[in-house]
Design a binder for this molecule. Structure first.
Ligand code: 26Q
Length: 820
């Protein structure tokens, strides 16, 4: 029998059944007979949340009681993906939940599919933050994720007539069972106005900020359950609300409309995620979002110190504050303001605390992706912060002048204020100067960072720099999304591989065994069947699961070179048309990814993929050997189907441009072979798996730079390669667009005249490398062997490894056991 406490806490199927019925009745308000699958989803989600609640409260209390240092991961994006499945895995109750739902006449997979994922991120950076939260909880590290509760996350992508269209992401429409609103945990956020300088009671010069606008940031907490532990950490997202007293004032003088309007304006701050993965210059609301969540988070930390009766002087001993890129870097100036203006610290003491607290992770080297803000806008929104930044800069540049006398060029390069063109605040410089630790996200990226955009800073403070190669969580990206492989690994290695991915190496010993290869192949085939059905349902395109699945999923960007992939496809198409007898192992070319809504070229690349797909898929001369599919709306949910089904992972960015990549790691973990350049983490993936098990092509980062220095002329490559010329002409002439020679003209022109990412320079090497892929694919046992070796050697790319390094080298944070 099921007791009352079992209904809330019990982990058996019988208790879960009862809990679902209980929530269906008391929380959802539906009779089981009329409840929809979504009603069952909500009831199960609430039942699972109950099972985390005790651990959650216990975890928070444990950290507090032990006065433990906490990692505060500040990120404008957390791309969490669906919670339900992951929580079932981490709590070890997947099977029980499946049985419970079966008892109620439902299939767990149908119920899981009801969850609308919180898409509060654009791509890699946001998903990295989510993987890190999973690892922090699993490693039992005291940590909080701080971010923004966007009402609308990343848009949903639909493909109409081959073009991307954007649909608003109304993820909160049916409520969010995973969050708990904390209406009593809120902080005030000020904007605008001016500053006043005054003398305090003891004769000290001080500054007062007189803002002219104010909003409230309210906390919404989501539990982050660690795998196989009692630790359940918190993701705290801030939502903007109008300040009541503001409404009240207006209401009293009778301007009801103005009162309500005030509320509307206040709440726009957290309305929508900016869907660009690089800064679209000078969007005031974006700066407001950044300041909003950063000040709420820092005020929350100060409040927690107060609750613990700990002096503010101990801030840096209690909190490690990590900046996920420059998006939260206003935090450096804000902590100074809170300490100097509000807590009356002297500047040097405040600065020591600030630098000791902050760490900065850089995610890009692309100059156009570095965040800067125009001075006038900054001054209007955050006048006091601009003054503080000037003062940080004055003191910092003095230090530079002392270390490097008579080097004003260096001083200008390092200044927090850029003076080329309009004056701007350089957020990467602010983050660097304000942090004791600065890191890149892959070995190559960190080297390039130290040699390029932060070279001067590396010369000044080499000891502050380190590399932290990214990682991904094997719980979500293997255990949850590839249950077949999980079972084989559990059976072969025992379950510990999930927390000690080094154990995957033991698969090396099985890689040559017939029977093991047979099992491996069967699992992959099953995954390909699942993806094939999904693609058919989404696009109407039928793909034979026996074909080579060649997949490129990621944001659409010229530097990621989806168009290089297309040039290969069109090359093969032409070869087949010209030579029908050509022997070519059949391949499915699968794409997915969103383009920033204002990114002209990226949107045309999507159109080109779909145009090529339509032509090829309909042509019986070729469609028995190649098909092309664009999966709409690539997100975490459908990523679960995509990574496990890949044979070949396309990681073909221009060397030196992709900071790390994390999709590359998810593919590797699931046994895909990589075709790639020496870029980002590809370098380390190749090192781990061995050069024989990796398809390498293309210019190195150094070669890319030297080609650019000596003057790159893409047209020379066109002139020197008949096949390339024919391919470009076919696209340009409208072969894939019903004779419309306009639609792809900008793409072809850009490639032949500018080609900023050296697509044409790498074309021949890419085609040759794809020919090696074809021969390798024809040797099934050897391909399977290489596939096994990829999984076997992927252990380094667990986010547990990455987080352990952050904890040891940057945060000085140790695990703490949370008791049951
Ligand atoms: C900034 C200012 C204004 C508006 C938007 C932005 C913005 C938003 C998102 C800028 C950048 C991003 C996202 C960047 C990103 O995802 N970078 C990726 O980070 C991954 C994790 O480290 C790396 O693996 C990828 O290589 C890198 O491209």
């Amino acid at each position: 029998s099921v007791t009352a406490s079992d209904v809330r806490l019990g982990m058996q199927a019988s208790a879960l059944t009862q809990a679902v019925l209980d929530h269906l009745h008391y929380s959802v308000g539906r009779l089981p007979s009329v409840a929809s699958p979504h009603d069952y989803y909500r009831a199960l989600a609430l039942a699972i949340r109950d099972r985390m609640e005790y651990r959650w409260i216990n975890t928070t209390q444990t950290y507090f009681d032990l006065n433990r240092k906490v990692a505060c991961y500040l990120s404008a994006e957390f791309l969490m993906g669906p919670h339900l499945g992951n929580n079932l895995v981490n709590l070890h109750i997947e099977q029980e939940a499946r049985n419970a739902l079966a008892t109620l006449g439902h299939d767990l997979d149908d119920i899981l599919a009801c969850e609308k994922e919180p898409g509060l991120g654009n791509g890699g950076l946001g998903r990295l933050a989510a993987c890190y939260l999973d690892s922090l909880a699993t490693l039992q590290c005291p940590a909080v994720g701080y971010g923004i509760r966007y009402e609308f996350g990343i848009f949903e992508q639909e493909i109409r007539d081959g073009w991307q269209t954007e649909i608003t992401d109304k993820w909160l429409r049916r409520g969010n069972p995973w969050e708990i609103a904390k209406p009593d945990t809120f902080y005030y956020v000020n904007w605008g106005g001016h500053t006043e300088h005054y003398q305090d009671e003891v004769g000290c010069q001080r500054v007062r900020w007189i803002p002219d606008r104010m909003v409230k940031g309210v906390a919404y907490d989501t539990p982050i359950q660690g795998y196989g532990v009692n630790t359940c950490n918190t993701l705290r997202l801030w939502s903007a609300e109008a300040v009541e007293s503001f409404d009240f004032q207006a209401f009293n003088v009778g301007d009801y409309y103005q009162a309500v309007n005030e509320k509307l304006v206040s709440e726009t701050v957290t309305k929508v995620l900016y869907p660009n993965d690089e800064p679209a210059s000078g969007k005031r609301l974006r700066l407001a979002q950044q300041y909003f969540f950063v000040t709420c988070s820092l005020q929350d930390m100060l409040h927690l110190l107060e609750l613990a009766h700990a002096p503010v002087e101990t801030f840096a001993e209690r909190f490690a504050v990590q900046l996920n890129d420059t998006h939260p870097s206003i935090g450096v100036a804000e902590l100074m303001r809170l300490l100097v203006d509000e807590r009356r610290f002297d500047w040097d003491a405040a600065w020591a605390i600030t630098v000791a607290s902050f760490g900065y992770t850089n995610h890009t080297l692309l100059p156009e992706a570095l965040e800067t803000w125009p001075l006038p806008m900054f001054a209007e929104l955050l006048p006091r912060h601009l003054e503080i930044i000037y003062e940080i800069n004055r003191r910092f540049l003095d230090e530079v002048r002392t270390r490097f006398p008579d080097d004003e060029a260096r001083v200008a390069r390092m200044s927090l204020i850029g003076e080329e063109g309009d004056k701007r605040v350089r957020m990467a410089h602010l983050a660097t100067v304000g942090s004791h630790a600065i890191n890149g996200v892959a070995a190559l990226h960190t080297e390039l960072l130290q040699a390029s955009i932060l070279k001067d800073f590396h010369e000044l403070w080499p000891e502050r720099f380190s590399n932290k190669t990214n990682g991904v969580t094997p719980r979500r990206f293997l255990a949850l999304s590839n249950p077949g492989l999980r079972e084989l690994l559990d059976h072969t290695l025992g379950q510990q591989w999930l927390t000690e991915p080094g154990l995957l190496r033991k698969l090396d010993a099985h890689a040559d065994k017939d029977a093991f290869q047979h099992d491996w192949y069967a699992i992959k085939l099953g995954n390909k069947q699942r993806l094939s059905s999904y693609i058919h349902a989404q696009t109407g395109i039928e793909i034979d699961p026996g074909w080579l699945f060649d997949i490129q999923v990621k944001r659409i960007h010229e530097y990621k070179r989806q168009h290089l992939n297309i040039l290969h496809i069109v090359t093969m198409y032409r070869r087949l048309k010209e030579n029908p007898a050509l022997v070519l192992p059949p391949r499915a070319f699968i794409f997915g990814g969103k383009a920033a809504p204002g990114y002209f070229m990226a949107k045309r690349i999507i159109k080109l993929i779909n145009a090529v797909a339509e032509t090829i898929n309909a042509d019986p001369d070729v469609n028995t050997r190649m098909k092309v599919a664009f999966i709409p709306n690539f997100n975490v949910q459908n990523a679960h189907l995509i990574y496990p089904a890949a044979d070949l992972s396309e990681q073909i960015s221009t060397a030196g441009k992709e900071a790390s990549g994390t999709g590359n790691m998810k593919f590797m973990l699931n046994g895909a072979l990589t075709i790639g350049t020496l870029d980002g983490a590809n370098v380390e993936i190749r090192e781990e798996v061995g050069a024989d098990n990796f398809f390498l092509f293309g210019l190195s980062a150094a070669e890319v730079e030297s080609v650019k220095r000596t003057g790159y002329r893409p047209h020379d490559y066109v002139a020197g390669n008949d096949e390339l010329r024919a391919v470009l002409e076919l696209i340009g002439a409208g072969h894939f667009s019903q004779g419309d020679a306009e639609v792809f003209r900008p793409l072809v022109d850009n490639l032949t005249h500018d080609d900023p990412f050296l697509v044409l320079a790498d074309y021949a090497a890419y085609i040759a490398c794809q020919e090696q892929v074809n021969s390798a694919w024809q040797d099934v046992p050897n391909w399977t062997r290489m596939s096994i070796l990829n999984t076997a050697r992927s252990g380094k790319f667990s986010s547990d490894r990455a987080i352990t390094e952050y904890c040891e080298d940057i945060w000085n944070i140790r695990p703490v056991t949370v008791k049951a």
